[in-house]
Every structure is written in structure tokens, then in C-alpha cells.
Design a protein around this ligand. Structure first.
Ligand code: AMP
Ligand code: ZN
Length: 469
């Protein structure tokens, strides 16, 4: 399989240290708020990658951290503590916030068919590991204490900027408008491993350490959690594109300084989901969540389908119109698969394998899910038996996880379309247009008209379900 590698800046053949075994690390969420659908784009694509590696015959160990301490609003160790901000906002403790939003995150994942990784580790459960690694970095001369904090000394590395060739003067890590720079750092690029002195005197979560009572920096979490479960090397490290710098750059710096050898040869980064007005952000307050999509009548599967229709290395623009199109395309796809589910025949292995060739070609070429979706339509058009087509689609859906067969079957079971009067169907269509134009008052009025005619409508994963009262 060819996979784009952010380290080499080219598509590399994906290799593992031990044949058939993949050790995969994915940076997890900072649990101070709900995940927005941009975050979830990254997790959907990582899920597809994990499942495709499994489909290709690998045993995948996937590790994910939960950031419940240390992540400040600027990734460069300044700004406010995100967890503390969340706790203050909701008048709860940091741990209550962490538990609530961790559960909410996995609930969103469940709705989107994102498999929960084998290893999920909250950072607050690994404080001793962080302290051990920081002590070793100090001993080896890669870290220093200043102003009560412990910093990683990036000047000790020959090659700190591993993903890009930044110029030092272009990098103003932590020096943004309204955010003061950290005078303790010997160099702007240095980063915090352990805080004891910060402006957060009311920091709730603090632990004893050789440097005084304090808490870990964000970057050290991922290095230590990875090593705890995967040992001294990883095969694959994943995250959203914003993680490249400083987070992943710092992870490599501290891991390799600690280990004394290369840590992870392959880095997979998912480009962002943006809105028309720019980057999606949890910190801005108003953001798009899976629950909001559901409230508006969209199925989580339509959002997954929307993501899969684009390549992970292209940024993706979210608009309601784009999601409408994805929902409509998903519903149509189900409608075309539905008749195949009625077959009682057995699939031909050879025919199924032939149908799957274009699919594996697409996925082996840098996880081209957009092409894989096209292959689904090609299979529907192909000259092959219904049973073989169905078997091929079921196989593809082990990775795409769009509930294609299950939802297509459900369509055939509640197919009462013939009995619904034209007038009701026309009103349903009119209501759909009203919703598209966000005229929700009108949509509600049409719903009342439909009820008056003796019918109810309900938004389901497959679209609008119309039933007689
Ligand atoms: P966070 O919860 O902020 O730590 O982010 C969780 C994951 O979502 C990280 O891997 C980020 O790189 C990723 N991410 C953040 N914003 C976006 C976005 N707009 N689109 C896609 N991924 C994102
Ligand atoms: Zn990380």
C-alpha cells in the first residue's frame, strides 16, 4: 500500500517493523467540549485507515490518548488551560468535564461507526510515566529547568523541524497578539515538559514531582502513552494537519532524544474541514456537532459518506448544501443496493474478487476513498450477478462502514411508497426544499398540513419516513 508520509513528503510503501503487525498511534481529543465535525473528519479517516490495514491482513494495535490535562489554548504553551476553561464555563470540576466529554466523544464515534481503539489512555493516568521520561531527558542534557518549569532544549537537536524547513525567525511559537512570550525559554522553539509555575494558580489538577507540584505539558503525553503500549517504536502516527507543528514535531524531538533512535517512520495527516468563513474551532464557542446534524434531520452516515467522498489530503469545505447532496447521494445509493439484498443466490468468489480489484487499487493508492466510492457505483453497473455484487459491496463496507447492506435491507422492509398519496409526497418534497433554504417555520407548517391529511413524517438515517397515522 502506498501512503503519503509527511516526513518524507512523498507517497511511501507502507511497511511495518514486524510483518503483518501495525502499531498505530492516533492523537486523541482534548475533552473540554464536544468534538466538532472537523475533529471527527480526522477520526473518520483514521478509522478507515485502521480498518483497511486490518482488511489487508494486518493485526492493528491502535492507541489513543485522551487529553485531560496540559493542553493550553495556544499549542505553543501559552494561553489558558483548555480543561480549566471548560470547567469554569460549566461550573464543574475538571474531572467531571473530562468524563462527560470523553463519553460524548465516544458516543459521536459510535454514531459515525468509528471503532473505539484497543488502547484508550487518559493523560492523567500516566503522570509517573511522564515524570520518568522528563527525568531522563534532564539527565541526558535535553531539558533544563527555568523559572520553576522544565523545558525541552531544542538547540540540542541537529534537526528539530522534521516536517518542514522552517526558518527560526518565522516561528513565533507562543508569541501571538495578546499573549505574552515565555521569558524562561532559552529559545522560542523550546517547549514545556512540566509546569510548576504558570499563571493558573487555580489549576485543579496538580501532582507532586521532583520539580515541585505541577502538571505535564501536552506534547509529552503522546510520546509516553505511545511508548507505554507500543514500546520503543511505532509503525504509524496519525493526526489532523494542525498537529504537524508544534505537537508532532515536539513528540518526535522528545521521543527520539529519550530513546536514542528513530521512533516512527510514517506520519499520516488529515487535512482540515473548513466552513466558508474559515477553520472550524471548538474554542470559538459556536460549532457543528453530530447532534446538531441529527437535530436538523441528517443521518451521521450521510456525514461519514460526505467525508469519504473526498481524499483525506484535500481540505474539505462544509456547507449545508454539500451535506444535503451527500445525504441525497447516500439515500440513492441505498435505493440502488436495496434490490440486490433480495437475492437468494450465492456469490461467485471469482466474480466478487474481480469486482473488488478496482477497490483495492484505489485504497492502496494513498487511501483514495473518493475513488472507492466511485467503485461502488461501478459495481452496481457491472455485468455480474446480484449475489456477487452484494458480496463485493459488503466487503468494501467492512472498511467504509456506511451500513450499506443493513440500511438498504431496511429500505425494502418499509417500502410503502406506492400507498402514499401524491399530495402528501408533494408536501414532503416542498418541506425538504423549505429545510434546505433553512425556512424552518415553513417546514413546520408543511408538517402540520401533512398531519392534517393523516400522515406523519420522521427523519431517519435513510431519509424521510412517511407513515399513516
Ligand atoms: P483536539 O480535540 O483539539 O485536540 O483535536 C482533535 C483532533 O482533531 C486532532 O487530531 C486535530 O488535528 C483534529 N482537528 C482539529 N480541527 C480540525 C478540523 N477543522 N478538521 C479536521 N481535523 C481537525
Ligand atoms: Zn498527540
Amino acid at each position: 500500500m502506498l501512503l503519503y508520509n509527511s516526513l518524507t513528503r512523498q507517497k511511501d510503501t507502507f511497511k511495518t517493523a514486524e510483518p503483518g503487525k501495525v502499531k498505530m498511534y492516533t492523537c486523541g481529543p482534548t475533552v473540554y467540549h464536544y468534538a466538532h465535525i472537523g475533529n471527527l473528519r480526522t477520526y473518520i479517516m483514521e478509522d478507515v485507515l485502521e480498518k483497511y490495514l486490518t482488511y489487508s491482513g494486518n493485526e492493528v494495535l491502535r492507541i489513543m490518548n485522551i487529553t485531560d490535562v496540559g493542553h493550553l489554548t495556544s499549542d505553543g504553551d501559552t494561553g489558558d488551560d483548555k480543561m480549566l476553561k471548560g470547567a469554569k464555563r460549566e461550573h464543574k470540576t475538571v474531572m467531571e468535564i473530562a468524563e462527560y466529554y470523553t463519553n460524548a466523544f465516544f458516543e459521536d464515534c459510535r454514531k459515525l461507526n468509528i471503532k473505539k481503539p484497543e488502547c484508550v489512555q487518559p493523560a492523567t493516568g500516566c503522570i509517573d510515566d511522564f515524570i520518568r521520561v522528563i527525568l531522563s531527558l534532564l539527565e541526558k542534557g535535553y531539558a533544563y529547568e527555568a523559572g520553576g518549569n522544565v523545558y525541552f532544549d531544542t538547540s540540542k537537536l541537529e534537526h528539530y523541524y522534521r516536517f518542514h524547513d522552517f526558518r527560526e525567525e518565522d516561528l513565533e511559537v507562543g508569541v501571538r497578539e495578546g499573549v505574552e512570550s515565555d521569558e524562561n525559554k532559552r529559545s522560542k522553539a523550546d517547549f514545556v515538559l512540566w509546569f510548576t509555575k504558570s499563571k493558573f494558580d487555580d489549576q485543579e489538577l496538580k501532582w507532586d514531582s521532583p520539580w515541585g507540584v505541577g502538571y505535564p505539558g501536552w506534547h509529552i503525553e503522546c510520546s509516553c502513552i505511545s511508548m507505554k503500549y507500543a514500546g520503543e517504536t511505532l509503525d504509524l502516527h496519525c493526526g489532523g494537519i494542525d498537529n504537524v507543528f508544534p505537537h508532532h514535531t515536539n513528540e518526535i524531538a522528545q521521543s527520539e532524544a529519550y530513546l536514542g533512535h528513530e521512533w516512527c517512520p510514517q506520519w499520516f495527516h488529515v487535512l482540515h474541514l473548513n466552513t466558508n468563513s474559515g477553520k472550524m474551532s471548538k474554542s470559538k464557542g459556536e460549532f457543528l456537532t453530530v447532534s446538531l446534524l441529527e437535530e436538523k434531520g441528517y443521518s451521521p452516515m450521510a456525514y461519514r459518506f460526505f467525508c469519504l467522498q473526498s481524499h483525506y489530503r484535500k481540505s474539505l469545505v462544509f456547507t449545508w448544501e454539500n451535506l444535503d447532496n451527500a445525504q441525497a447521494a447516500y439515500n440513492k445509493l441505498l435505493a440502488r443496493i436495496a434490490p440486490l439484498t433480495q437475492t437468494a443466490d450465492t456469490a461467485s468468489e471469482e466474480e466478487t474478487a474481480n469486482l473488488l480489484k478496482a477497490y483495492t487499487e484505489a485504497m492502496d493508492n494513498d487511501l483514495n476513498t473518493a475513488q472507492a466510492v466511485t467503485v461502488l457505483y461501478d459495481i452496481l453497473k457491472a455485468d455480474a450477478s446480484a449475489a456477487s455484487k452484494l458480496a463485493a459491496i459488503a466487503d468494501i463496507d467492512k472498511t467504509l462502514s456506511l451500513n450499506l447492506i443493513e440500511n438498504a435491507k431496511a429500505l425494502t422492509q418499509n417500502d410503502t411508497a406506492q400507498d402514499i398519496p401524491e399530495e402528501v409526497l408533494a408536501l414532503v418534497e416542498e418541506r425538504r426544499n423549505a429545510r434546505k433554504e433553512k425556512d424552518f417555520a415553513r417546514a413546520d407548517a408543511i408538517r402540520d398540513q401533512i398531519t392534517a391529511l393523516g400522515w406523519t413524517i420522521r427523519e431517519t438515517r435513510q431519509g424521510t419516513e412517511i407513515t399513516k397515522i
